[in-house]
Design a protein around this ligand. Structure first.
Ligand code: NAG
Ligand code: NAG
Length: 217
């Protein structure tokens, strides 16, 4: 009988300790995200990284749409956005079209690298400050995209930016509907929990594929 009780306690205790650990490490993503951690710790290594090779062969080929967004700090206005990345040597050029009051086209150059856990990391070519990191279990279909507009230079945390769910644009024309049914939602939701410690029912996770669509970048 003692054995049975012991097993039950162990089964209950382990998830509680795990949840406490995650909350302790990530109470608030905006204030704690380290893009240059001194080493890749056990918690960070559980994040589903996109490698540099995957970034080049899978992300920097198609066109991508921001579907959901989680704000970091107060990054300012944004709208329905489409993106392409193109790699040339060690340089990556991102072109985004975004619907604000009118359609805006934004081009940013980056240097391709990786963070200490092996996730593709783009740093804006000087004098820019921004950096971006890519996470996915299936970068042919989707990725979670950390866009840090304002890094804190001393702590390495992110003061303002976005954390977006981005999906590949598989439509044959602009009026076609997005095929959200074909996406691996179980993996997408697991990544959100592993990286940010939140679930889709959190009001911070906002559907942003709404409003006017701009021409392709
Ligand atoms: C990005 O890099 C390309 C190629 O070096 C250059 O022609 C372009 O002016 C750069 N654009 C920006 C916005 O820095
Ligand atoms: C646009 O795509 C949708 C869905 O893929 C399709 O039903 C529709 O016929 C297409 N329209 C044109 C003009 O090709």
């Amino acid at each position: 009988m003692k054995c049975v009780i012991g097993l039950i306690i162990a089964a209950v205790c382990v998830p509680v300790i795990d949840a406490h650990f995650e909350q302790h490490v990530l109470p608030n993503f905006a204030n704690t995200y380290q893009y240059r951690p001194p080493k890749c710790n056990k918690f960070q290594s559980r994040r589903p990284s996109v490698s540099q090779q995957q970034f080049t062969s899978q992300i920097a080929t198609g066109q991508w749409l921001s579907l959901y967004s989680v704000l970091i700090g107060t990054p300012g206005a944004f709208g329905k956005a489409k993106h392409i990345w193109r790699v040339s040597g060690n340089t990556v050029t991102r072109t985004t079209t975004v619907s604000e009051t009118t359609c805006q086209r934004r081009i940013v150059n980056f240097t391709l690298g990786s963070d200490r856990c092996g996730a593709a990391l783009l740093r804006e070519v000087s004098p820019g400050q921004r950096f971006e990191v890519f996470y996915s279990q299936d970068p042919s279909k989707y990725f979670w995209w950390l866009i840090c507009l304002t890094p804190d230079p001393t702590s390495g945390s992110c003061i303002s930016g976005f954390f977006d769910l981005v999906v590949k644009d598989t439509r044959t024309n602009l009026t076609g509907d997005l095929n959200l049914v074909g996406l691996p939602w179980d993996r997408i939701a697991a990544d959100l929990r592993a990286i940010r410690g939140i679930t889709f029912d959190n009001p911070a996770v906002t559907y942003v594929w709404t409003g006017t669509e701009c021409p392709n970048p």
